[in-house]
Design a protein around this ligand. Structure first.
Ligand SMILES: *[C@@H]1O[C@H](CO)[C@@H](O)[C@H](O)[C@H]1NC(C)=O
Ligand SMILES: *[C@@H]1O[C@H](CO)[C@@H](O)[C@H](O)[C@H]1NC(C)=O
Ligand SMILES: *[C@@H]1O[C@H](CO)[C@@H](O)[C@H](O)[C@H]1NC(C)=O
Ligand SMILES: *[C@@H]1O[C@H](CO)[C@@H](O)[C@H](O)[C@H]1NC(C)=O
Ligand SMILES: *[C@@H]1O[C@H](CO)[C@@H](O)[C@H](O)[C@H]1NC(C)=O
Ligand SMILES: *[C@@H]1O[C@H](CO)[C@@H](O)[C@H](O)[C@H]1NC(C)=O
Ligand SMILES: *[C@@H]1O[C@H](CO)[C@@H](O)[C@H](O)[C@H]1NC(C)=O
Ligand SMILES: *[C@@H]1O[C@H](CO)[C@@H](O)[C@H](O)[C@H]1NC(C)=O
Ligand SMILES: *[C@@H]1O[C@H](CO)[C@@H](O)[C@H](O)[C@H]1NC(C)=O
Ligand SMILES: *[C@@H]1O[C@H](CO)[C@@H](O)[C@H](O)[C@H]1NC(C)=O
Ligand SMILES: *[C@@H]1O[C@H](CO)[C@@H](O)[C@H](O)[C@H]1NC(C)=O
Ligand SMILES: [Cu+2]
Length: 611
């Protein structure tokens, strides 16, 4: 059941769209999404800010507007802690009608939203109940800086040992930035099995709107279990269609339809399982929190008959700009405002489309249905794609983000002189045994689940194995990293513990001098490195810890496209060293003991880089 052309699929969806009238999903919510209400009309409502613990003035950040509400500084101290309980286990679900064994949190696909106000503390108890087979886990809070809590970053082999099956672990960190993000497993490629969900932190607004629609989770989806897909990506094979895995579908809030005659004979599959639905209030301005939670694909988002205004990328507010479509690489987020100014009696397609030039899929097109409040007879939309959105692929065939000159941070920060510059060449290597591995300056990365880098570094162990790919920046304050890729793939590069400035992005190698908007370059925590291109980032090394800088394509990270950054020099060792006055919580060591014990009696199949 391999390749079917995109146009044939489009014809199928079009036929389905025009033949049906009333919008009616074939499967109930609990069969598609388990205990999750995402994508249904009675999904949870999102406030502008959490009022359950009102503070003076209602807003914990008071009247902060203007340059003082830079999300990365002057964090308010609310004294409020938000508690969450996650139980991770396997469960059969049919998000797009195809029944598959998923790994989910609290029986929900996608997982539950974490919500907090800027400055709150977030405490999440995670229980690993993954059985049949059992495996480790670890949860990353994407974009959170984890200042003074680097051990809660959730990366097995770098910041912690995996949480052993049957064990629990409690993460505790401050919501020290605000805006839209997500949490996800960082154990191998486990998040692609369903271990992810939104992370929303309310903060000051720099652009007014009326209604928070909440998260819209977009991304490629695979019918095979993640470990099987991973085996392909890691296989010793010449076949490009094996080591570059094909996704089967593209989902919006955990839903889309699938043509089951494409599925294997023995699959349990229902066509027209159901699409996600959204409601607008006529005349009001809505905030949509778009996020790409997929494994690999770069995609385009648009809404028929509506314009979008971009107000933030990742956790960074931007000077607002209009856009016909939004481009999101894996792990990127964009907040948009949409005014409900179309005919309220009509329904409209919301579209998310995988760019076929950047990744391979059996179905690039995801749809959701938008209707307006007051319309109680929701029909299948007949709307046409906005012409500029239809041309999106032509504009992004290089697999890149919007022009850097267009994405201007709302809180300006000029480029400083870098104290140190690291230049890395990225390439794909077929190694001596015929496996494909990504190399960064000739090294591919592999983490050791038993020896997290953070703990080793605080014990003054410096003889790290080559395969940990460690770069120790010591006490440098301003670090610049230049990536030049000489291969055809594009990479959404994510840095932990920081947001970064994007100094330059373009074809070929960086010339060593070009900087776009040097007085205020783009900032975010994940940015596309285009095919055969360069990406130059710079960050303030103000966060002692061990931080990964990696490609967020799950299969690429698994194939070693990571470096591990050490930051802080003596401060890192002084602050966090083991010993009688250790600031690393004892639970970190216990987690390693549990993992040690479990892995002695059970085989850990680490066929990849581990993160
Ligand atoms: C589904 O796919 C099959 C096989 O590729 C195709 O023959 C059929 O027309 C499609 N179904 C619909 C409803 O388009
Ligand atoms: C916030 O602004 C409101 C209205 O402008 C004002 O009444 C109030 O005193 C201000 N509060 C603080 C803490 O500045
Ligand atoms: C799903 O929700 C039901 C009803 O609230 C509850 O009994 C059940 O335990 C939940 N399932 C999981 C896996 O959390
Ligand atoms: C763990 O998962 C099993 C089935 O996989 C389930 O029966 C059990 O209730 C789960 N435990 C918890 C604490 O959710
Ligand atoms: C369907 O058949 C294939 C090939 O024999 C097998 O690998 C797969 O596990 C089967 N799937 C199910 C759901 O039985
Ligand atoms: C992507 O687009 C470029 C330019 O149109 C083309 O040269 C290249 O072959 C395309 N690659 C893929 C994988 O489609
Ligand atoms: C995309 O570009 C191709 C080649 O230039 C052109 O034929 C096609 O019409 C364009 N598509 C759209 C939707 O603009
Ligand atoms: C090639 O890479 C694979 C996957 O990382 C690894 O298992 C294998 O040992 C490597 N072979 C050589 C010769 O280094
Ligand atoms: C990688 O290794 C090759 C062969 O050993 C060498 O020629 C090349 O200079 C190395 N590249 C880098 C970036 O270190
Ligand atoms: C700065 O970083 C470089 C590596 O890029 C390292 O060699 C150097 O020792 C660091 N300098 C200080 C002062 O830590
Ligand atoms: C590990 O296996 C041994 C031998 O089967 C058994 O005695 C021991 O209790 C097991 N330990 C754990 C932690 O399961
Ligand atoms: Cu990549």
């Amino acid at each position: 059941m391999k390749s079917r052309s995109a146009s044939a699929l489009f014809a199928y969806i079009f036929a389905w769209a025009t033949s049906a009238k009333k919008f009616s999903p074939a499967l109930p919510q609990h069969e598609t999404n388990g205990n999750s209400s995402w994508g249904s009309l009675d999904c949870q409502r999102f406030p502008d800010f959490l009022t359950s613990n009102p503070l003076p003035g209602g807003f914990p950040w008071g009247n902060r507007t203007g340059p003082h509400n830079d999300p990365y500084h002057h964090v308010p101290h609310t004294g409020v802690t938000r508690y969450y309980d996650f139980v991770i286990s396997r469960q059969f679900l049919s998000p797009d009608g195809y029944k598959k064994n998923s790994i989910v949190v609290n029986g929900q696909f996608p997982g539950p939203a974490i919500e907090a106000n800027w400055g709150d503390w977030i405490v999440v108890r995670v229980h690993n109940n993954i059985t049949g087979p059992a495996e480790g886990t670890g949860i990353h809070w994407h974009g959170i800086t984890q200042k003074d809590s680097p051990w809660y970053d959730g990366v097995p082999g770098i910041s912690q040992c995996p949480i052993a099956p049957g064990s629990s672990f409690t993460y505790r960190f401050q919501a020290d930035v605000y805006g839209t993000s997500w949490w996800h497993s960082h154990f191998s490629a486990q998040y692609t099995a369903g271990v992810f969900g939104p992370l929303i932190i309310y903060g000051p607004k720099h652009e007014p709107y009326d209604i928070d629609v909440g998260p819209i989770l977009l991304g490629d989806y695979y019918h095979r279990e993640y470990f099987d897909v991973l085996e392909d990506a890691a296989a010793a094979t010449e076949d490009f269609n094996v080591y570059v895995p094909w996704s089967d579908n593209n989902l919006i809030n955990g839903k889309n339809n699938y043509n089951c005659s494409m599925a294997p004979e023995n699959a349990t599959c229902v066509s027209n399982a159901g699409l996600a639905q959204f409601r607008f209030t006529p005349g009001k301005t809505h905030r949509l929190r778009l996020m790409n939670i997929g494994a690999a694909a770069l995609l385009h988002f648009s809404i028929d008959g509506h314009r979008m205004k971009v107000i933030a990328h990742d956790f960074e507010p931007v000077v607002p700009y209009e856009s016909d479509f939004i481009t999101l690489g894996a792990a990127q987020r964009t907040d948009v405002l949409v005014t409900a100014d179309a005919n309220p009696k009509e329904t409209y397609w919301i579209r998310s489309t995988i760019t076929l030039n950047c990744s391979v899929t059996h179905n690039p097109n995801a749809f959701a249905v938008l209707s307006y409040e007051g319309n109680n007879d929701i029909q299948v939309p007949q709307s046409q794609i906005n012409p500029a959105a239809a041309a999106a692929d032509n504009k992004t065939f290089l697999c890149r983000n919007d022009e850097l000159s267009k994405t201007v941070p709302f809180f300006p920060k000029p480029v400083k002189e870098a104290d140190t510059t690291l230049t890395i060449e990225v390439d794909l290597l077929t190694n001596g045994t015929g496996h494909h591995v990504w190399i960064m300056n000739n090294r591919t990365q592999r983490a050791n689940y038993h020896r997290p880098l953070l703990f080793e570094a605080t014990q003054e162990n410096f003889g790290f194995p080559d395969e940990w790919n460690v770069y120790d920046f010591g006490t440098n304050k301003t670090v610049r990293i230049v990536l030049n890729t000489i291969y055809q793939s594009a990479h959404p590069m994510h840095l932990h513990g920081h947001n970064f400035q994007v100094l330059a992005e373009g074809p070929g190698k960086w010339d060593g001098k070009t900087i776009i908007n040097p007085h205020n370059p783009t900032r975010r925590d994940t940015h596309m490195q285009r095919r055969y291109g360069h990406l130059v980032i710079q960050f303030e090394a103000d966060n002692p810890g061990a931080w990964s800088y990696h490609c967020h394509i799950a299969w690429h990270a698994s194939m070693g496209l990571n470096i591990a950054i050490l930051e802080g020099g003596d401060e890192l060792r002084r602050k966090y060293a083991y010993g009688p006055h250790a600031r690393i919580p004892h639970i970190m060591q216990e987690t390693c003991v549990d993992w040690e014990r479990w892995s002695r009696n059970n085989t850990v199949l680490q066929i990849d880089a581990g993160i």
